[in-house]
Design a binder for this molecule. Structure first.
Ligand code: FMN
Length: 192
């Protein structure tokens, strides 16, 4: 599966999804889209955690519960679109990472307890849009970046954003066009 598009956008008129679609149109290969709000991904409670731990300990990696982790591990390229919510991203994306953070599927620990990636993807794009300015570092992107590099072993991670979309004088279409130009520049500098 060449490209996995993880769509954490919520609103039907999502601007974040628009810039992600602009990017996807310019990447080569088939895209498999995972729209998180349509998926039955619950935060891990004790019952889910115990069930998953048992599956992983028994090496039952083909269980349906681990399908999202398998899908992530098998993708050649990953695109994540997530609006900037409460200084990070919607909770559905955190629940998704809980679901895919499966030892033996997306990563493994070495004897020293250091994680090593088991994922095929070499490149990941994280796209966001914000109503105001993105304060300090984007905590949501920082989390995704560290998780995907340290745990999943994805080396080439890119961040694309449009800020200030909900400010009173914002020219939203121009801000989105600027982000699309940022995408064009990135792709011309780092062809796949
Ligand atoms: C629940 C929620 C939380 C938000 N939190 C922030 C925030 O912390 N900072 C900010 O600048 N904008 C915030 N916004 C505004 C969004 O970042 C902005 O409207 C963004 O473009 C939404 O993306 P979308 O068009 O893809 O839905 C928030 C919006 C919502 C609905």
């Amino acid at each position: 599966m060449p490209i996995l598009f993880i769509n954490a956008c919520v609103r039907p008129q999502s601007r974040t999804r628009r810039i992600a679609e602009y990017l996807l149109d310019r990447l080569s290969g088939e895209t498999e889209t995972l729209t998180l709000e349509r998926e039955p991904i619950a935060p891990l409670d004790n019952a889910l955690l115990e069930r998953r731990t048992a599956l992983l300990e028994q090496g039952r990696f083909d269980d349906p519960m681990l399908r999202y982790a398998r899908q992530f591990a098998q993708a050649d390229e990953i695109v994540i679109a997530a609006p900037y919510w409460d200084l990070s991203f919607p909770a559905s994306l955190k629940a998704y990472f809980e679901a895919i953070n499966a030892v033996g599927v997306t990563f493994a620990y070495d004897a020293q307890g250091v994680p090593h990636g088991l994922c095929r993807a070499k490149r990941l794009f994280y796209l966001t849009t914000a109503g105001g300015p993105i304060l300090s570092d984007d905590l949501g992107y920082g989390y995704v970046r560290l998780l995907c590099s340290a745990f999943y072993g994805i080396a080439d991670i890119h961040y694309l954003k449009a800020e200030g979309l909900d400010l009173p004088d914002a020219d939203v279409e121009e801000l989105l066009r600027q982000c699309c130009r940022q995408i064009d520049r990135l792709l011309s500098e780092t062809p796949s």
